[in-house]
Design a protein around this ligand. Sequence first.
Ligand SMILES: [Zn+2]
Length: 400
Amino acid sequence: MSSEHAAQAIRDAGVCDGLDTVVNELLATVRLVDHHVHGVVSERVDDATLADMLIESDRRSATRAAGFDTQVWHAVRRWCAPQIRAPAHAAAEDYLVARRAYERLIPIGRLLLSRAGFERVIVETGFQGGRVTSPAATGEMAGCPASRVVRLEAIAERLVYELADPLTWPDAFRAAVAAELAGADPAVGFKTILAYRGGFDRDLARPADEAVASAAVRWAAEVHAGATARLTDEALLRFGIWTAIDTGRPLQVHTGFGDPDLDLHRADPLLLTDFIRATEERAPVMLLHTYPFHRHAGYLAQMFPHVYFDVGEAVHYTGAASEVVVRESMELTPFTKLLFSSDAWGAPELHLLGSWLFRRAMSRVLGDWVARGDWSRADADRVVRLVAAENARRVYRLPA
Ligand SMILES: [Zn+2]
């Protein structure tokens, strides 16, 4: 699928409506590296399952309580409805009817992803990876190459079954991490969900191998006795993170807003300050999504040379209000430190909205600054290219 196909869909929809027409055109045509995204659900979904995917809460009761009265549903009705030949702002019930009818003819995932305008997708497979398309299939739908990042906790949760002698955990885990960087389809980085496994308000120093080995013995015994392999052991979590840091490859750290499996007050990236100091000059630390702590992330990105961040899924979840989030994300950060991600999972509506709402917000924010004479058009041009793709290409060492 050509990039012109996506650009024309973006122009036709009137996505970029800032005050400067040159900036608008740039944001309609620039292709985005989505540096953290997931696949699209493979099976045909019923309405309730789709609704569950359009809310961050993992409680179906929360989905029911919210109904369609959320920013993300307003955005789906505004932007996705016309893509499936329903009127903009169609009632949610009508959208669902139109979606079912459309999907009988054309897979809606391919339709929406091909209009997002991605240059590359960097896919993470750790969350219910079996239910969604693989990195390669996701890229194929989007009409672009795909790369992958590997969730460290998923490596551990596999290894705990595979390893005959848990005392060998340190070397075995290091080998498993190294193996992800080798072969025909090497990973471009790692990801940790420490935020979901106790949060950041704890000691994050590197543990000694002996402590790691004894923790592995304890955990393996629990798992072999029938416990679910869900890594929460502090020494093993820290060991995973430090093993990834030692590779020098980017480490994505989920921070901020996430489902209620995390405690939001323990997911503020400022709580990582000591860890960030300790990892300086070792590996890039990519603070994922960060909302509502995106201003904290901007501060950290200015203070520390190896810190980068995005506002990820906050863009589609804040919908028409996302312009404010994007504007606030651009206060303190050097523009070489801000990246685009959608963090879309499952519903392809989220992949489209991640891209389109980000373009719309950037067109308004940068368009304002250009129209008022605070920035030149050349400034806006450079910053769009950095944030859209160049920062990700440089940090993850991607081909252009
Ligand atoms: Zn994610």
